[in-house]
Design a protein. Structure first.
Lengths: 254, 419
C-alpha cells in the first residue's frame, strides 16, 4: 500500500491527488502529517505542497463537475474527519473517469462527500445562528466559538455582508484563529493571550457597560416567549445541542 | 435610564406576542448594499429555540397590550385583568438594533393591541419601521401586522418598509369569529389582505419594467388561524387555507393550537391539552398543498372532515388510493414519486437524479435516507424482493404503526402511567 503524507492544507491535498496520478499509484491512501502512522507494510511518499499542481487538479475538477459538487468537495475537506482524504481521492478519481458524477448517490464516495458536506453546511448554519457578539469598551463586537468543523472560511461572507457598519471579531478557540473585520475588509488573525483567560473568553472588565444589560434583556425576552404548556425539551435540545450552550447568554443561569 | 422598566415592559409585551406563531425570516430580497446594518437576502435563521422547541428568529413583541377589543381567545382582551404596558417608538428601535448587532435576532416582528383606533395604531407601527430603515439604515427583516381597518395609505407605506405584512383571520370560519370576537368582522380582515395582494402584484409588474422600483413587502403576506378553540373541522381549516393560497397568493398560513387561558363557556375548559397532534397534521397537509402537488379535495372530504391523527395525511391518501401503487422508482415521474409515503421532496429529487447513473435497489434507497419501513409497501425497485402480498389498507396501517414509534405516543395514552 502506498501512503501519501501531506501538510494538512487544501492545496497540499490537491497536490497529493496530482502525485497519485503522476506516480500512477494504485491503492493509495492520503494522510495528514498530524495523523501520520508509519507502518512496516506500507511505503510512504512525502507530498510537497505545490500551488501549480494544486491549481491543475482544481481546474480539472471545475471542468468536470458542477458547482454543487465543487462546493461539496471543499466542505468535506473542512470537516477534518479522519479518512476524508481517501474518500475525496476516490470521488475525484471517479469524476475524472466518468465526468459529472455529483448526483450518483449509489456510489459510496459520492454519498460520503454529499453527506459530509451536508454536516459541514449544518455546522456553518449553526454558527451563523449561535455566534453571540459582546460589545467591548473600544466598540468591537467580539465572539468566541468552538465549531465541530472548521467553518470560519464558510461563514466569513455572511458576517461581512451583514455587519458592514460595525467592527467585529469571531475567534475559533479550538483552532486558534479568527476573523476580524475593520470596517473595510476581513482578515484572518491569531491572538496571543497573556493572562489567565487564555481560552479567549471576554473579561468583564473590557466590556462596554451596556453589554451586561442587553444580555439580561435578551435572557428575559428568551424566557418570556416560551409557552410552558407546550414544553418539549427533546425538540429544544435537538435544535440547540448542549455543546453550544456555554457561548449562549440565554442558556446561562440567571 | 430606566432599564428595569424596559425589562418589565419587554417581559409583558413579549409574553403577549408569543401566541403569534409566525417566526419566519426567510424569503426577502433585501440586500445590504448601503454599507448599513443587516442583510435579509438569504434564508432565515433561527438564533435560538425556546424550551417548547419553537424557533426564535425575530424580536417578537407588541407595541402595546392595551386593547379596545374583547376577543375571547386573546390574552390582551380588554376585560382581562392583566398588567398593561406600552413601548415608545424609540425603545423598540433601540432594542431591535442592539439585539441585531449582537446576532441575537434576524429582525423585528411587531404587532400591537388596538388603542384609540386602527389608523392611530398602524401609524406607530409604520413609524418604527421607517425609523429603522431610514435613520439606522437597517436591512434586517421586519414583519409588521397590518391592523384590520387601517387605511390603504398606511398599508402602502408599511409595505415600503416591511419585508412581510400579515393580517390574522383568527378563526377558520366567519361564525366562529362572530362568536368569539364580536367586535371584529371578517370583511375588515379580508380587505387589507386584498389590498396588499393588489399592491404586491402592481409592484411586481412595475419592477419588470423599471428595475429601480423600490421593494414592497418582498417576503409577501401571511396569516394565522387558531385551531381547537371552536368546533370547526379540518375541512373548514384546509379549505380556508387553500382559498388563501390560491386566491390571495399568501406565502404562508399558520395554524396555532389553542392554549386555554381562561374560563368561558364559549371556549374549551382550562387544562384542556393544546391540540399539538392536530396542529402537526394540519401543517403536514399544508405542506402537501404547497410542495407536493396535492389538491385540497385529495386530502380531506366532507365524508371525512377530520384528518387521521394516527397517521400523516400523505400515508392516509396512499391507503385510500392503493390502486396507484406499487410505483417503480426507477421509472415513475417525479410527481408520483413525491406521493410515495416515506419519500420527501428532497429524497424524490435525489432518486430522480441518481437513477440516471444506475438502477436503484433497496440498499441505495436506504442509504439515500428513504424511510423504507413506510415506502416498502408502495414501491418496486431493482430487486426481486418486494412486497408481493396484497395487503388491505388497514393491514398496511397497522404494520407501519407497529414498526414505528410515534413521538406523540404519550399524548395518546388515556391514562398516565405510575412508574
Amino acid at each position: 500500500m502506498q501512503v501519501l503524507v501531506y501538510d494538512g492544507s487544501f492545496a497540499g491535498l490537491l497536490t497529493a491527488v496530482f502525485d497519485v496520478y503522476e506516480y500512477k499509484y494504485a491503492g493509495a491512501t492520503i494522510v495528514p502529517e498530524a495523523r501520520r502512522q508509519d507502518s512496516i507494510f506500507a511505503t510512504s511518499h512525502m507530498v510537497y505542497t505545490d500551488e501549480i499542481k494544486a491549481q491543475r487538479v482544481w481546474k480539472g475538477l471545475e471542468a468536470t463537475i458542477n458547482r454543487a459538487g465543487i462546493n461539496a468537495l471543499y466542505r468535506t475537506f473542512l470537516s477534518e474527519q479522519a479518512g476524508m482524504e481517501d474518500m475525496l481521492l476516490r470521488y475525484m478519481q471517479y469524476a475524472f473517469l466518468k465526468g459529472n458524477i455529483g448526483s450518483d448517490y449509489s456510489h459510496e464516495a459520492v454519498r460520503y462527500v454529499t453527506d459530509t458536506a451536508k454536516k459541514v453546511h449544518r455546522e456553518k448554519h449553526r454558527m451563523e445562528a449561535f455566534v453571540r457578539f459582546q460589545l467591548t469598551k473600544d466598540n468591537l463586537y467580539y465572539a468566541t466559538v468552538e465549531p465541530d468543523f472548521n467553518v470560519l472560511p464558510l461563514i466569513e461572507p455572511h458576517f461581512r455582508k451583514r455587519y458592514a457598519d460595525q467592527r467585529w471579531l469571531i475567534y475559533d478557540v479550538k483552532r486558534k484563529y479568527g476573523l476580524y473585520y475593520d470596517l473595510k475588509q476581513v482578515q484572518y488573525i491569531t491572538l496571543t493571550f497573556n493572562d489567565a483567560h487564555g481560552n479567549g473568553k471576554a473579561v468583564a472588565a473590557i466590556l462596554d457597560e451596556t453589554e451586561e444589560i442587553y444580555q439580561q434583556l435578551w435572557q428575559k425576552y428568551f424566557a418570556s416567549v416560551n409557552i410552558a404548556s407546550r414544553k418539549n425539551m427533546k425538540l429544544h435540545i435537538q435544535h440547540m445541542p448542549r455543546r453550544y450552550w456555554k457561548y449562549l447568554p440565554e442558556k446561562q443561569p440567571r | 435610564m430606566g432599564w428595569d422598566r424596559i425589562a418589565e415592559k419587554l417581559e409583558i409585551l413579549a409574553d403577549a406576542a408569543k401566541y403569534d406563531v409566525s417566526c419566519s425570516s426567510s424569503g426577502s430580497k433585501r440586500k445590504n448594499d448601503n454599507k448599513g446594518l443587516g442583510n435579509a437576502e438569504g434564508m432565515g435563521i433561527c438564533h435560538a429555540y425556546t424550551e417548547d422547541g419553537r424557533c426564535v428568529s425575530l424580536l417578537k413583541i407588541l407595541l402595546t397590550n392595551f386593547c379596545i377589543f374583547d376577543c375571547a381567545y386573546c390574552v390582551s382582551r380588554k376585560s382581562n385583568d392583566i398588567k398593561r404596558a406600552a413601548f415608545t417608538v424609540q425603545e423598540v428601535v433601540d432594542l431591535t438594533i442592539n439585539f441585531y448587532r449582537r446576532n441575537y435576532i434576524e429582525g423585528l416582528f411587531l404587532s400591537s393591541g388596538i388603542f384609540k383606533n386602527a389608523d392611530y395604531t398602524m401609524e406607530r407601527l409604520v413609524l418604527i419601521a421607517k425609523k429603522l430603515r431610514t435613520e439606522h439604515r437597517f436591512n434586517g427583516y421586519i414583519h409588521l401586522k397590518a391592523i384590520p381597518g387601517s387605511s390603504n395609505e398606511l398599508l402602502q407605506e408599511a409595505g415600503l418598509y416591511a419585508d412581510r405584512l400579515s393580517v390574522n383571520v383568527e378563526m377558520p370560519t366567519e361564525q366562529s369569529l362572530k362568536l368569539l370576537a364580536p367586535d371584529k368582522n371578517r370583511a375588515d380582515m379580508i380587505h387589507p389582505m386584498k389590498y396588499i395582494q393588489g399592491a404586491l402584484r402592481q409592484y411586481k409588474d412595475e419592477k419588470a419594467v423599471i428595475k429601480s422600483t423600490p421593494l414592497f413587502a418582498p417576503a409577501g403576506q401571511s396569516t394565522q388561524m387558531v385551531i381547537g378553540a371552536t368546533p370547526d373541522t379540518d375541512l373548514h381549516v384546509l379549505y380556508t387555507a387553500n382559498h388563501f393560497y390560491s386566491k390571495l397568493n399568501l406565502k404562508r398560513v399558520y395554524y396555532s393550537g389553542y392554549v386555554p387561558i381562561r374560563t368561558d363557556n364559549r371556549l374549551p375548559a382550562l387544562g384542556t391539552p393544546v391540540p399539538v397532534i392536530r396542529e402537526n397534521r394540519l401543517y403536514q397537509a399544508d405542506w402537501l398543498l404547497r410542495f407536493y402537488g396535492f389538491k385540497v379535495d385529495e386530502i380531506i372530504s366532507p365524508q371525512q372532515p377530520l384528518l387521521d391523527l394516527d397517521i400523516d395525511p400523505k400515508l392516509a391518501w396512499a391507503l385510500r388510493n392503493l390502486d396507484v401503487f406499487p410505483v417503480d422508482v426507477n421509472k415513475a415521474d417525479l410527481a408520483i414519486i413525491k406521493r410515495i409515503p416515506g419519500i420527501g421532496v428532497q429524497s424524490a429529487l435525489k432518486i430522480v437524479a441518481a437513477r440516471k447513473f444506475s438502477r436503484l435497489g433497496w440498499d441505495h434507497l436506504k442509504k439515500m435516507g428513504i424511510a423504507i419501513n413506510r415506502a416498502r409497501y408502495f414501491i418496486t425497485c431493482q430487486s426481486p424482493l418486494f412486497e408481493k402480498k396484497d395487503y388491505l389498507p388497514e393491514q398496511i396501517k397497522q404494520l407501519i404503526l407497529s414498526s414505528a414509534h410515534s413521538k406523540y405516543t404519550a399524548s395518546f395514552s388515556p391514562q398516565g402511567s405510575l412508574f
